[in-house]
Design a protein around this ligand. Structure first.
Ligand code: 8YV
Length: 322
C-alpha cells in the first residue's frame, strides 16, 4: 500500500528528524540545497505535507497546486509571516511551527550581535588581520558601553523577555520595552512599558524582537530613525521587513545614528552591492539567530513531529491556531 508523501524543501535536515519522517512517509527531498519556488510547485501535487522554512512562501497558489491531499505545512521556525493563514484556513491545511525551542539561542545571538556592533568586534578583527593594528592609542576602536545605557526592546514575547533577562546582568541604567500588554517578568527586572516613539527617542540600544505582520511592517521608518539618538545602535533579529531598509541606509550614510547589527535584512541573501556591506558601523549576520546545532536539531525534530501528528490525528506539539 502506498504511504502518504511529504516534500522536504531543504537538504541537511538533522538525521533524527529525517528518520522520523521516513518511518511514516514516502519522503521526497528537493534536488539541491534549497528548493526553488518552481521546484516546490512541480513537486507539491499529491503531497500530504511539506517541511519548509521562512524562505518558502506558502500561499494560495502553492496550496491549490498541492491539491486536496495537502493537510499540513511544517515550518522549521517560530515566525510564520511567510505563510498565508487565510489560504491555509480556506483549504483546511494545518500549520506546525517551532516556538520556545529557539528562545534562548536567539537571545544569545542578540546579545552577541549587540556587543559586537557597539564594541566594533568585526571592524577590530578586520583591522588586526589586515595589519591596520599598529598602535594602541586611547580611543582607537572604542565603542560605547552597554553598562549604564538605556536599552529598548521592541516586542517583549518569549525572545524579548529572554534578551531582557540576559541584558539585565549588564548593569544597564534603564530597560524600556513595547508590548501589547505589560509583562510581569520584564517589569520585575525594572522594565518600563512605553510607546514605540518613546522607546526610539530614549534608547541608546534598540532591539527589534517582534513578529512581522501588517502592524509591524516598517515599524522602524524614516520618521522613527529621525527620532533616534545620534549614537543609537539598532539591532534586528526579527525580520528584515520591520525596517524601512532604504531609510536605514540613508540614516547610516548621513551618520544620523550610531550603527546597526542585523541578523535579518531585505532581501535575504543580501546582494553584495548593498551599501550596508561596506559600512564599518554595520554588522551583518546571515540569519543565524537560532543556528546552534542543539536548537536546530530540536526544531527539525519538532517540525517532523508536527507533520506526523496530523497523520496520527493527535495534537501537534506546536500548532499555529488561526
Ligand atoms: C529559522 C527564523 O530557524 O524561527 C524563525 O522564525 O527565522 C529562524 O530561526 C531559520 O530561518 C531556519 O529555518
Amino acid at each position: 500500500m502506498s504511504r502518504p508523501k511529504v516534500f522536504v524543501a531543504m537538504r541537511h535536515v538533522p538525521e533524527l528528524a529525517m528518520d522520523l519522517l521516513h518511518k511514516r512517509f514516502d519522503v521526497e527531498l528537493c534536488d539541491s540545497v534549497q528548493a526553488t519556488r518552481a521546484e516546490i510547485l512541480q513537486k507539491i501535487p499529491g503531497k500530504f505535507g511539506i517541511f519548509c522554512s521562512p524562505v518558502n512562501k506558502i500561499d494560495e497558489e502553492l496550496i491549490k497546486t498541492a491539491g486536496p491531499s495537502l493537510k499540513v505545512v511544517g515550518t522549521i521556525s517560530v515566525g510564520y509571516d511567510h505563510v498565508d493563514l487565510a489560504a491555509m484556513k480556506k483549504y483546511g491545511v494545518r500549520l506546525g511551527y517551532t516556538p520556545d525551542i529557539l528562545t534562548e539561542t536567539v537571545a544569545e545571538t542578540t546579545v552577541g550581535l549587540l556587543i559586537s556592533t557597539t564594541r566594533r568586534f568585526f571592524e577590530a578583527n578586520h583591522a588586526l588581520k589586515t595589519g591596520e593594528w599598529k598602535y594602541l592609542t586611547p580611543v582607537w576602536m572604542c565603542g560605547r558601553s552597554i553598562r549604564n545605557s538605556v536599552v529598548g526592546i521592541v516586542g517583549c514575547g518569549n525572545i524579548g523577555t529572554s534578551i531582557a533577562k540576559k541584558l539585565n546582568t549588564f548593569e544597564i541604567s534603564q530597560l524600556l520595552y513595547t508590548s501589547r500588554t505589560e509583562k510581569p517578568a520584564v517589569k520585575a527586572l525594572g522594565g518600563k512599558l512605553v510607546t514605540i516613539d518613546e522607546l526610539v527617542e530614549q534608547s541608546d540600544f534598540i532591539i527589534l524582537s517582534v513578529a512581522l505582520n501588517e502592524d509591524t511592517k516598517f515599524i522602524i521608518n524614516e520618521e522613527r530613525l529621525a527620532k533616534m539618538k545620534s549614537h543609537a545602535v539598532l539591532v534586528n533579529i526579527g525580520r528584515g521587513g520591520l525596517i524601512d531598509q532604504d531609510a536605514l541606509i540613508k540614516a547610516l550614510q548621513e551618520n544620523r545614528i550610531g550603527g546597526a547589527g542585523l541578523d535579518v535584512m531585505t532581501p535575504e541573501p543580501l546582494p553584495l552591492d548593498s551599501p550596508l556591506i561596506k559600512m564599518n558601523n554595520v554588522v551583518l549576520l546571515p540569519h543565524i539567530g537560532s543556528a546552534s546545532i542543539e536548537t536546530r536539531t530540536e526544531m527539525a525534530i519538532t517540525t517532523a513531529k508536527n507533520i506526523i501528528a496530523v497523520l496520527d490525528n493527535t495534537p501537534m506539539p506546536n500548532e499555529v491556531q488561526f
